[in-house]
Design a protein around this ligand. Sequence first.
Ligand code: MTE
Length: 322
Amino acid sequence: MLIKIKKTSDICPSEITSESVYSSRRSFIAGATAGVGLMAAGISPFSSAALSTTYPNLITTPYGRGETLTPYDDVTSYNNFYEFGTDKSDPKKYAHEMTVDPWSVSVEGEADKTGVFQLEDLLKGVSLEERIYRLRCVEAWSMVIPWVGLPLNKVLEKFKPNSKAKYVEFETLQRPSEMRGQRSYLTSLEWPYVEGLRIDEAMHPLTILAVGVYGKSMPNQNGAPLRLVVPWKYGFKSIKSIVKIKFTEKRPVTSWEKSGPSEYGFYSNVNPGVDHPRWSQKRERRLPNSLFSPNRIDTAMFNGYADEVASLYRGMDLRKNF
Ligand code: MTE
């Protein structure tokens, strides 16, 4: 299939930031970067002391400049996190039941260095950035979110993956005592939630591990303390509350693929030319919206990141590899 390339810089007029949003945003970031001087106080920004605080000294990046941000309240109250229920409001109601400190991540598989690492050790020495990305859910709604995070490649390189590392598999916490969705019989997913990327997708500079939103630590409902964000793929690839990272030779089978192989593929690149079997993917509902202001916009190939990522899929039939 031919990949129709739309330039990332083609931002719709509706996405241009209003002056008031822009100035309140900049003053917020100024506050964030001035921060509370955690480092100066000898506190790691990933430690329990910092969990509900503002990240200092964030590196600002050009990503998403000029886009209208989805308000914090929408970002943190309209969520998909099936471990806490299938309703959009369930994660905010119940995700506080999940303990996120201490947090460790097991690094396994085809790499020279493997083991179990405390979150602060995993992220040590890497600077945090603000990345404003569009998030397009397979259900045809979308948001624009200012993440706090770091390039995944900077973390993965620390473990020196070997030549057999063709894929990276990720797993979410499985703790039914704190995750009521994992105790429910009404779920369509097997636990733990599993996702995966090809190694070149994982190493791509757009792919990040996020530890916060809006300059602050990650709310539990958004995947605290550590989640993936892959902005050119449908949102379900952006796995939350990660406890395992595994380098593999074989392609991982992901949770959604297992639950509906004809509906959810491994790649799941945002593609308005390939509909979901039960609905169109040509347009999306940008949040916030209402009955009187539906805020429907065209969906862009690779969610508007084609300039950066189309080359990863050159020569591939994206209808077959959906
Ligand atoms: N990760 C886990 N572990 N469990 C989930 O149910 N939902 C996915 C993804 N990551 C999900 C997950 C889906 S379908 C989407 S659209 C995004 O998280 C939503 O992220 P948000 O709630 O922060 O907007």
